[in-house]
Ligand binder design. Sequence first.
Ligand SMILES: Cc1cc2nc3c(=O)[nH]c(=O)nc-3n(C[C@H](O)[C@H](O)[C@H](O)COP(=O)(O)OP(=O)(O)OC[C@H]3O[C@@H](n4cnc5c(N)ncnc54)[C@H](O)[C@@H]3O)c2cc1C
Length: 356
Amino acid sequence: MRKPFDVIIVGAGIIGATCFNVLSAAGKRCLLIDDRQLGSGVTGASGCIVRVAHASQQATRAAAQGYHFYRRLAHDSQGQVPFAQTGYLHFAEPHALAEMQGWLEQEGVDAQLLDAEALARQYPTMPIAAELALFEPGSGYMEAKPTLQYLVRSSIDRGGIYHDAVKVHAIRVDPVSRQAIGVLTSNGNYEAPRVIVAMGNGTSEFLIRQFGHSFGLWNQHIQVTRFKGERALASAPCFIDDTHQLNGRWCALTGGFYVGYPTGQRVPASQGYVAAEQSHAQLTREQGQRRFPWLQAASVEGALCHSDCYSEQPIGLLGEQPGLPGGVLVASGFSGGGFKMAPHVASQLADVITQG
Ligand SMILES: Cc1cc2nc3c(=O)[nH]c(=O)nc-3n(C[C@H](O)[C@H](O)[C@H](O)COP(=O)(O)OP(=O)(O)OC[C@H]3O[C@@H](n4cnc5c(N)ncnc54)[C@H](O)[C@@H]3O)c2cc1C
């Protein structure tokens, strides 16, 4: 018979891989399972922006954990995990920016307010229509695959077990105690008293199928369109624009500029990658040129397109849930922001597991 694990983590996206890493480092015997290959889910399509400022202090604090974690990872990996430190601009009302700057100070994250003149000095080749922005010089974006590979490999080095191409069909539950006892997979049964459900956009469908409830999770399509100006951009900041509901970053590969605008489209779990919609690209251009007027004449080159799991929760749906068997911990519903939040999620779940 197979030896029981302390924790089984279902899903090797950024959430599952970070949980695997943090729990293995805490001395837990972990099994990470994915039905595909590393980076095949939402994470593989992610913009992987790591920034700190958010509209709420709770989210800012959680994102700061991610910022410090990923910067340390990039440093400790000696270049194996690239962190493109492009800087990050947050656009919002001046009073909101001042409040965020105070929160960033409390989290030990360097940030400055830039007025229109300072923005033009900082980005001479990229006109920006803003009177004020909050600038995080240490923020930027990462690459999904090397980050996942490094997290998983260093967990295996600590004794963690990783299985890919293994589908989890169900969580096994003791009928008397109503506690999780493991998982039923395409590779047989595995035992553990804790199971983390980190299946990305497969989470809601899985929970409905086994437990008859979506726990407030749904999937929404995301399209982040890539624009190219007259000349390739040598660099550009990551950004969020609360006023115009925009987000985006530079694309080092093409010298283009990604700009996202919400699609509002709820989609089934089976919808992962789809081709970019030109009508949404046009809508993004119209919104985007309010902040970056040069987008008006830019061409559309491509996009990051995938669905993510959404919830109404401020950060995501985390931990045990009423109605689920004991020992089943959900980690999903990060509403298009799960990459930067993964280290916070992993440390929250590790606290529950190591103290429980
Ligand atoms: C276009 C786009 C851009 C984004 N940009 C950013 C950004 O810049 N910054 C940011 O912070 N966030 C961003 N996000 C959000 C972020 O990428 C996601 O929230 C995050 O990657 C979700 O990770 P995950 O581990 O939950 O899901 P996934 O990466 O999907 O991992 C879940 C894994 O579970 C596996 N799985 C599912 N069902 C089963 C099963 N039954 N058995 C075994 N395995 C299973 C899947 O194969 C998958 O590999 C973006 C999202 C999108 C779509």
